[in-house]
Design a protein around this ligand. Structure first.
Ligand SMILES: Cc1cc2nc3c(=O)[nH]c(=O)nc-3n(C[C@H](O)[C@H](O)[C@H](O)COP(=O)(O)O)c2cc1C
Length: 739
């Protein structure tokens, strides 16, 4: 609901909002430009009588003196029957330049206020301001949901690509945009009579005027009592009319001054409503607050990018839910399917379940687990399909599920079934699905069926689970789903570097390129060289030669490096690692890329702490290689011996020199120090705690035992901060790639 409230108005209004934002950003420069052109004396330096005397000396036909909100003083005069206007220097009264409102700014202002369409355009602009208000408010709530709470709103954001750019820009600009939208909506509502306009200021013309001989303007006491900084305008009396008076408007109110006695005849302070109105105008335009104008302008400039990334995200989401026709709203559905996935394979199974239940006549709602609603009023069945990541952790689309479960109010009739997807090669097989099952039971929900666990996307087990559900619900339906095997690439080994033999930890860095032979059907020579897109931290699936299931390795390179680089430790009796270690340059393998967006370092100035052991250094080195922005990055890495298995030693040395790596701390377990990476973290306890306090993100990559040892030490380090690893994890600040 919140996402729709944010996305739909944004989508329809993107073009208008972009026009409003760009014109608004240009107009926001006007106060600063006006200010730069004006000569502005300090408060108390010049009073209005002095100013008027100086101006009249240079402009005998002065009719009006006005001071604009940026401090510039303008004289309107008549000379030989011709009207004129000049910007003047208030300390001398001399003209600086002819005053002529810029035709360009006037046109931009018309475009901003009414899309050049008079009243209908003004109305449209008002509606757009209200739409912007809605987008800003819903956007703030979406940001809070994404960061994991109000207190975490300014912490580094995880994720990458357009989604991240959208969230980062929105976070930077939202207050400015909110202020512009709020004040714009207010002014529009006032113009169209939805809100009262402030009363017209100013007293009635005075009944009693002395009518005496006019005194020189510089001697009028009422004008001498007003400082220039308070002046709005001074309108001169008609020449040769002793009954006429000076009309004076200041920031405090308006009144009349007798041209003979200099007495203030009547003065009416500005009503509070008019002061408020002026504040609204200043907050919208930056008038008189040039620095605010520049902030609002910078915020407005983000709108075109936010519109573009927003539309792209909407399109991507539509494409994935486009394969879910007839997805009912959560508030209407009888069956709810919630999906926890990182690499998207679970979505394929969820879609199959969605289609089958739809065919069986149920209204079905399917969404990610992070979008758990507070209540599903008509639902009697809840299916949770989730994979497990890291070391038994939640996948990306389920990270906020447990927190949201706190507010969940299950209906009386609601029963649930959890289906876990995982891989038995991991010790914590389907751990997260088990935890979800327990948590739902703890919430008082009744099980429709006990938790079932599916190893490596086994379609037979999925079908069996479907049959069971069909039996339990008394509705005939069958689940058939065959995930397409990922398209494989022929990869050719071009280089290898071997380490660790002397310490019984044979580990190799293997570099592959896409084989020309494997892509020979491509016609264009450029396309032949192309690699699919991937980043360091993504995964390479390798098919072992005897047709066994693929094994997954973390990539140490990104597509822009032009190669696929992995770091592989030879396992005792390991089929795939043995196969890879036996390769010679020129040999070919079959592989595929699986994206792993949940394991990426945050960008920005907050420190990133990389922790790994053995072959886990691969993706971590990839992150450092890509750190061309020189953001603070620290690496803690453990091996056996600096002589034998110090992987990437020369490369890391270069990165330390060129500041892509800020600090390197190594531990060697078979050297004299006999230290593990945990020991090094403990030694640096104070520095590590300080970095975490400053918002640091931690990425851990390597074997299970190392990861659990590291987690324990980090828990100890966190204790004085009264937070734990799980809190960091929920904020995207503790990421693991563990095998
Ligand atoms: C980095 C990584 C860590 C994983 N950790 C676990 C785990 O701890 N337990 C488990 O049962 N499966 C684990 N898996 C396997 C996935 O849960 C399994 O491949 C699942 O089908 C992926 O579904 P998804 O693509 O929808 O996320 C892991 C997979 C990867 C790539």
């Amino acid at each position: 609901m919140l996402r729709r409230l944010h996305g739909l108005p944004g989508l329809f209004a993107a073009l208008f909002l972009t026009t409003l934002a760009i014109t608004g950003a240009i107009l926001a420069l006007a106060p600063a430009i006006d200010r730069a052109a004006a000569v502005v004396p300090a408060a108390g330096e010049v009073n209005v009588a002095e100013l008027a005397g100086r101006v009249v000396a240079h402009y005998p036909g002065t009719e009006q003196i006005a001071r604009n909100p940026s401090g510039g003083v303008i004289v309107y005069y008549s000379h030989d029957g011709q009207p004129g206007a000049d910007l003047v220097d208030p300390s001398t009264g001399e003209g600086i330049a002819p005053y002529e409102p810029s035709a360009f700014f006037t046109w931009i202002k018309d475009l901003h206020r009414s899309f050049l369409l008079d009243d209908p355009g003004r109305m449209l602009a008002g509606v757009m301001a209200a739409v912007m208000l809605l987008i800003c408010i819903s956007g703030i709530f979406l940001l809070v949901r994404r960061t994991g709470g109000w207190r975490a709103l300014f912490r580094p954001l995880a994720g990458s690509g357009g989604k991240r750019l959208h969230a980062e820009l929105a976070r930077f600009a939202v207050l400015g945009l909110l202020l512009s939208a709020l004040t714009g909506s207010y002014l529009s509502a006032q113009r169209f009579g939805l809100l009262p306009e402030p009363p017209a200021p100013g007293p009635m013309f005075p009944a009693e005027v002395s009518g005496g001989q006019p005194a020189p303007v510089a001697t009028l006491s009422a004008l001498a009592n007003v400082d220039l900084t308070e002046l709005r305008e001074l309108v001169f009396p008609y020449p040769d009319d002793p009954q006429d008076v000076y009309s004076l408007t200041t920031s405090g109110g308006s009144g009349f001054v007798d041209q003979a006695t200099g007495e203030l005849l009547k003065f009416q302070p500005r009503p509070a409503a008019s002061v408020f109105q002026q504040w609204i105008i200043s907050l919208h335009t930056g008038e008189g607050l040039w620095w605010l104008g520049l902030i609002l302008g910078a915020a407005a400039l983000t709108v075109p990018v936010l519109s573009l990334t927003g539309i792209t995200l909407w399109w991507q989401r539509r494409r994935s839910s486009g394969q879910l026709p007839d997805n009912a709203a959560g508030s209407e559905a009888e069956a709810i399917i919630l999906v926890g996935s990182e690499g998207n394979t679970t979505w394929g199974f969820a879609r199959a379940l969605h289609t089958s239940l739809n065919k069986a006549g149920f209204r079905v709602h399917c969404s990610e687990m992070n979008a758990l609603a507070e209540h599903y009023p008509h639902a009697s069945m809840l299916f949770v399909l989730t994979s497990t990541y890291g070391d038994g952790d939640a996948p990306a689309s389920a990270r906020q599920f447990m927190a949201r479960l706190g507010d969940f109010r299950p209906g009386e009739r609601l029963k649930y079934a959890v289906l876990g997807f995982g891989d038995r090669q991991f010790p914590n097989f389907c751990q997260y699905a088990r935890e979800v099952d327990t948590a739902l039971a703890g919430k008082g929900l009744r099980r429709m069926h006990r938790v079932e666990l599916i190893d490596r996307s086994c379609t037979t087990r999925f079908r069996e689970w479907g049959n069971k559900l069909s039996e339990l619900t008394g509705t005939p339906f069958s689940l058939a789903y065959d995930p397409l095997p990922p398209p494989t690439l022929k990869l050719e080994l071009v280089e290898r570097a071997d380490y660790g033999l002397a310490v019984q930890a044979p580990t190799s860095i293997l570099r592959f390129k896409v084989s020309q032979q494997g892509r020979r059907r491509r016609l264009l020579p450029r396309a032949r060289k192309a690699l699919p897109t991937f980043e360091a931290g993504d995964l390479l699936g390798v098919m072992p030669p005897q047709g066994q299931d693929a094994r997954i390795y973390s990539l140490a390179s990104s597509a822009t490096d032009g190669i696929l680089e992995i770091c592989v430790r030879k396992q005792q009796g390991g089929l795939c690692s043995g196969y890879l270690h036996g390769l010679k340059p020129g040999d070919q393998i079959d592989g595929f890329i699986r994206h792993n967006p949940g394991f990426r370092p945050a960008t920005g100035n907050t420190p990133v702490i990389l922790i790994g052991a053995g072959a886990g250094i691969g993706p971590l080195t990839g992150f450092i290689r890509k750190n061309t922005e020189r953001n603070p990055m620290y690496l803690y890495w453990g091996g056996r011996s600096s002589q034998s298995d110090f992987l990437y030693q020369p490369e890391l040395g270069r990165y330390l020199e060129d500041n892509r790596l800020t600090g390197l701390n190594t531990a060697f377990s078979r050297s004299e120090e006999r230290a593990y990476v945990q020991d090094k973290l403990r030694q640096d306890e104070i520095a590590v705690r300080q970095m975490i306090k400053a918002g640091a993100q931690i990425l851990v990559c390597g074997g299970r035992n190392m990861a659990s040892g590291v987690k324990q030490v980090i828990e100890e380090i966190l204790q004085p901060l009264a937070i734990d690893v799980e809190t960091l994890r929920a904020e995207g600040r503790y990421l693991e790639d563990v095998y």
